[in-house]
Design a protein around this ligand. Structure first.
Ligand SMILES: Cc1cc2nc3c(=O)[nH]c(=O)nc-3n(C[C@H](O)[C@H](O)[C@H](O)COP(=O)(O)OP(=O)(O)OC[C@H]3O[C@@H](n4cnc5c(N)ncnc54)[C@H](O)[C@@H]3O)c2cc1C
Length: 678
């Protein structure tokens, strides 16, 4: 084992051609493809040139998150309805702020990656003729969605992990990323290594630091789930955005996070069948007493109310364009409005929705046709929501049972939660970042626009991994790095890192945990699905102050293990600044309500006299989307000299290449490797 002594610390050194950070569905898939492409290129020991590092093999959204039937969105495989890559790409770019080349690449790579998963053993259902039946998901005009059940992404990751292990690729578990090592400046800048702390081996005397040198780096560490207090991301999913910013990576569309209804005791999305079963939704006081049918203040009839609870199933993420005229996202607004009053919200599967005196009783025959036909076609016209849910999707009940909640006995507490990042770090059509030889895939990459069809995150993660692996193997050398020529530059960063750790600890101030709580509260209050410019500006100033304070003062440590929480708190603090800076910048451009957030404005559209803006005590009003911004994307980069630590710029959306070539020309370009240079 190679070791180095730096500032009295022993560092363990590893060298690989390509390091993949993150062991979720995206990272594991990329590792598999890297091995296959390298082997095809004649590398006999590909397994020794690739490694996966992760803070926890069992952590991350892919392993731990899901919904009623977690969706994988792919090109249509229906035997009667034709689909095409261009139509698929159009759906992805439809709501704007989405690069056309990425959307087309995701479309073209979709079936290849879907069948790759099928071959790896993911149990996507098909009929006796081998046809993979689809269904409709949110923002989806076709029936392109499929699912292997509530745990689709878990199965994907497990099947891909088996393949990674079969190939003999090393997985370095329990390694918390703590910094990136870079060399060079400007266009010649490269990320040459990843510094980690081993969470299991960390002791009072030893930080258990591992250095992973690499020529190519694939970042697949997921979204910064811990940014928000009200969140359905699995606990412990932090991501590595702060380090990525510091290394010089540019991010895009950070403003476009998604929010939606989810259960909070066990973090799980209540999309799809949970809503299609049409449960009763009610609120209570903080002690779970004093039940109230709060939706009835807003909906004018039982039919409207029940139909919109149903529609929330596949119109799941909160969408400001589905509020007016009693549409399905009013449910999210009303849930939020009620929680603002300090009340708790529950879904009750034992009872049908309950109306007020002016409403008729719940009756399935009174549902609007879309809801009624769906339930009829799926034989789910039973008396109670739990019976309907059990007909539609028994695993949706089992998953709660596995996690200590019996939907036959108790109601499910829900809230409007942060659930996904449509934005992330900027990539080109090969998923390469603005720093050559560093690639970003999965939720960490910014490949989605303002809206995305449900399930397209998993598709994007798979295609991104394929594209990155193909490019690495065909465009860069596959040797293991030495870096003795830039040793001084690297050693200086390592020395600063180690001494920085020693100076983290102070005897006063906040503990790392307290700082994380402060960040989460701030983000949920000012950067979630309800936004307002002055509020966001104040939050940004506080976030910058919080980050600068950490830099100056460090943290009050509880014990030596606090070093991990301290590292997390610091990079999460910087991440929070980036998100808030992007939000303020976009609000200043008068962006209005779009994607999955509502922008408040005194002169905006009133939702209902009972839906109150807590800050003003007046009815909440929102500004509609400024559609003129759909052709641009807000890009953001770390700049330590800037007042708010980041600089923003609007860049034009890239179009998909329009050229199509004759077979012979395309064949020549492929043979000569020109496709990796165009
Ligand atoms: C409740 C819920 C339901 C969802 N449903 C759907 C759906 O139906 N369809 C869909 O397409 N998408 C869905 N998504 C989104 C989708 O699950 C994620 O976008 C996707 O799984 C992300 O995969 P990933 O591989 O990029 O990252 P993850 O699966 O999050 O993996 C991240 C990896 O990075 C590691 N890591 C993180 N931080 C660090 C660190 N600091 N140091 C070292 N390692 C680190 C983690 O341990 C993990 O191995 C859902 C998300 C949630 C939360």
């Amino acid at each position: 084992m190679e070791t180095r002594q730096i500032a009295n610390e022993t560092l363990t050194i590893h060298r690989y051609n390509t390091i993949v950070v993150g062991a979720g569905a995206a990272g594991m898939n990329c590792a598999v493809h890297l091995y296959e492409f390298m082997t095809d290129a004649g590398i006999e020991d590909a397994q020794n040139r690739i490694a996966v590092i992760t803070a926890g093999l069992g952590l991350g959204a892919s392993r731990m998150s899901g919904s009623d039937k977690q969706t994988y969105y792919k090109i249509g495989t229906s035997r009667e309805m034709a689909d095409s890559a261009e139509e698929f790409a159009e759906t992805l770019t439809d709501a704007g702020c989405c690069h056309g080349d990425l959307a087309l690449a995701e479309a073209i790579g979709s079936l290849r990656e879907f069948y790759h998963l099928v071959q790896s053993g993911v149990p996507f259902p098909h009929d006796s003729m081998g046809s993979y039946i689809g269904y409709k998901t949110d923002n989806d005009p076709y029936e392109r969605a499929t699912s292997a059940g509530p745990k689709t992404s878990k199965y994907m990751t497990e099947c891909l992990e088996k393949q990674v292990r079969r190939y003999g690729i090393q997985i370095h578990d329990h390694k918390e990323v703590a910094q990136f090592l870079t060399v060079g400046d400007g266009d010649s800048k490269r990320i040459v290594g990843v510094v980690t702390i081993d969470k299991k081996k960390l002791t009072g005397d030893d930080y258990a630091i591992n250095i992973y040198y690499c020529k190519n780096l694939v970042l697949a560490a997921g979204g910064p789930g811990e940014l928000y207090k009200t969140s359905v991301y699995p606990k412990g999913q932090l991501g590595i955005h702060g380090f990525a910013f510091k290394a010089g990576l540019a991010a895009e569309n950070l403003t476009e996070s998604q929010f939606g209804l989810a259960s909070i005791k066990f973090r799980w999305n209540v999309s799809g069948s949970y809503c299609q079963a049409i449960p009763r939704i009610f609120s209570t006081d903080t002690n779970g007493k004093n039940q109230r049918e709060f939706l009835t203040d807003f909906f004018t009839s039982m039919s409207k109310m029940a139909t919109n609870i149903f529609l929330k199933g596949y119109q799941w993420p909160f969408d400001p364009q589905r509020i007016e005229n009693q549409q399905s996202s009013s449910v999210d607004v009303l849930v939020f409005n009620e929680t603002q009053k300090g009340r708790r919200i529950f879904m009750d599967f034992l009872n049908n929705p309950v109306g007020n005196d002016s409403m008729k009783q719940f009756d399935l025959d009174d549902l609007e046709p879309e809801a009624h036909e769906y339930l009829k076609n799926t034989d789910a016209l039973q008396e109670t929501p739990i019976e309907r849910l059990s007909t539609l999707n028994p695993p949706a009940i089992e998953i709660y049972k596995e996690n200590g909640i019996d939907l036959y006995l108790e109601p499910l507490e829900i809230a409007v939660c942060a659930q996904h990042n449509n934005g992330g770090f900027a990539v080109d059509k090969w998923w390469q970042s603005n720093i050559p030889q560093t690639f970003i895939i999965g939720e960490m990459a910014s490949t989605h626009g303002v809206k995305r069809p449900g399930g397209s995150a998993l598709n994007a993660g798979q295609v991104g991994g394929l594209r990155a692996a193909e490019y690495i193997v065909n465009a860069y050398d596959l040797d293991v790095p030495d870096y003795s020529d830039v040793r001084a530059e690297i050693d200086q960063q390592l020395a600063e890192f180690v001494t920085g750790l020693e100076h983290y600890e102070s005897s006063s101030g906040s503990t790392p945990k307290e700082v994380i709580t402060e960040i989460e509260n701030r983000m949920t209050a000012s950067a979630a699905h309800i936004r307002e410019l002055n509020n966001a500006r104040t939050a940004l100033a506080e976030a910058v102050e919080c980050y600068k304070h950490i830099q100056k003062q460090g943290f009050n440590f509880e014990d030596t293990k606090s070093i991990i929480t301290a590292i997390r708190a610091e990079h999460l603090a910087l991440t929070g600044v980036a998100y808030l800076k992007a939000i303020v910048e976009l609000l200043e451009q008068d962006s209005g309500s779009r994607g999955s957030h509502l922008v408040l404005s005194e002169d905006g559209i009133e939702i209902h006299s009972n839906v109150i803006n807590k800050a003003t005590g007046k009815p909440l009003k929102f500004k509609p989307e400024n559609e003129s911004l759909r052709g641009s994307i807000l890009q953001i980069k770390y700049d330590p000299q800037a007042t708010d630590l980041f600089m923003c710029e609007n860049i034009a959306v890239r179009q998909a290449p329009a050229d199509t070539k004759a077979f012979e020309q395309a064949w020549r370009d492929y043979r000569e490797g020109k496709i990796y240079r165009s």
